[in-house]
Design a protein around this ligand. Structure first.
Ligand SMILES: [Zn+2]
Length: 346
């Protein structure tokens, strides 16, 4: 198969469960954003259920979960909660769901570190987080108004994440998760987040792909304030390459949009798109420019503050990739803002 084909399932109504593979249920959870939903999955574990991802930590999500638990799980308990990664739409309700059901939380160590940033924002170390984020955003070339607006967004996001349980079980690359008769292998990828976990069942031919492979939109790949020197675009592209080892007829169950076939085609398409963007960014940098100036040229439309953050982070990810390949150079200007350019244009 050389193309991407949407699987023949009608999208379940919010709060309804739909079996998409033997013992694998799809639950659509609403999100109050432009991307208006997240797909969660439940794995039948005979005397209970394993949940993969949780939704936002808000009352709409909690209500859906309460209804699902009361009426759709045949009276069987949730035994385990697994997170693909620590972004707010996946982790938000996890702390609450674990407390409500008594289920343990499983997450990779890399994602747990990200998750701790939400509690940092709420706690005594908020100032440390703020100054780190402030410096980072300033160096991208954002003005004070943009920076303070984005700091407000960070605070708003952390309010959508319930505190996590004190004890968290560690999900590791290659480990096996048993759900009933089915073995799921944990595949850890980097780039979209620190240590994103996908679950793959060879027997079912199913990949629960989280945000690692989406059928139409491309996941954001950003340098973040916590790791300002990182090169996540390289990790992201390597992770996509790594997933090419999976069989072509795999049914992909993504966290957004609809289940699909055509994994190889989608991986190739995503890598191609990134390579094209890298070439474009390299060409634009024939003139020295800041990250936010680059955002203006690349996106060519008005972005809201949150999109400016995503776009700035992803442009910096592209710039760091090109820097590592020595296709660009960078320096700090007199205002301590990063400037990138082709090596011969300084
Ligand atoms: Zn994500």
């Amino acid at each position: 198969m050389n193309s991407i084909v949407t699987a023949e399932y009608s999208v379940p109504e919010s709060g309804q469960l739909l079996e998409v593979a033997p013992g694998v249920l799809w639950l659509r959870m609403p999100l109050p954003f432009e991307l208006d939903h997240i797909n969660l999955y439940l794995l039948d574990d005979i005397d209970g259920w394993i949940v993969v991802d949780c939704g936002l930590g808000n009352s709409d999500t909690r209500t859906v979960w309460q209804n699902v638990i009361a009426s759709s799980l045949q009276g069987r308990p949730i035994k385990k909660v697994i997170l693909t990664h620590a972004h707010v739409d996946h982790i938000g309700a996890a702390g609450w769901l674990c407390q409500y059901t008594g289920a343990p939380l499983w997450v990779t160590a890399g994602e747990q570190a990200t998750a701790e940033e939400y509690s940092l924002l709420r706690g005594d170390n908020a100032d440390t987080f703020s100054s780190q984020a402030n410096n980072f955003l300033h160096r991208l070339g954002m003005d004070e108004q943009q920076v303070s607006g984005i700091m407000g967004i960070f605070t708003g996001i952390s309010a959508l994440v319930h505190p996590l349980p004190d004890r968290i079980e560690e999900l590791t690359a290659g480990m096996s998760v048993q759900a009933g008769e089915v073995q799921w292998r944990v595949i850890v990828s980097e780039g979209h987040s620190e240590a994103h976990a996908c679950l793959y069942s060879e027997a079912l031919g199913v990949l629960i792909s989280g945000d690692q492979v989406l059928p139409r939109i491309s996941s954001n790949v950003s340098v973040r304030a916590a790791k300002p020197e990182a090169n996540p675009m390289q990790s992201w592209i390597e992770s996509l390459e790594g997933l090419k080892a999976l069989p072509e007829d795999t049914l992909v169950l993504p966290a957004h949009e609809r289940p699909f076939y055509g994994l190889q085609a989608r991986l190739t398409e995503l890598i191609e798109e990134h390579m094209q963007t890298l070439l474009r960014v390299e060409a634009i940098c024939s003139e020295p420019l800041t990250v936010m100036q680059l955002v203006g040229v690349v996106y060519q439309r008005k972005l809201n503050l949150f999109d400016q953050l995503l776009a700035g982070g992803e442009c910096l990810a592209n710039l760091h990739y090109l820097l590592a390949e020595k296709r660009l150079q960078c320096y700090y200007d007199e205002n301590d803002v990063l400037v990138f350019a082709q090596p011969d244009s300084f």
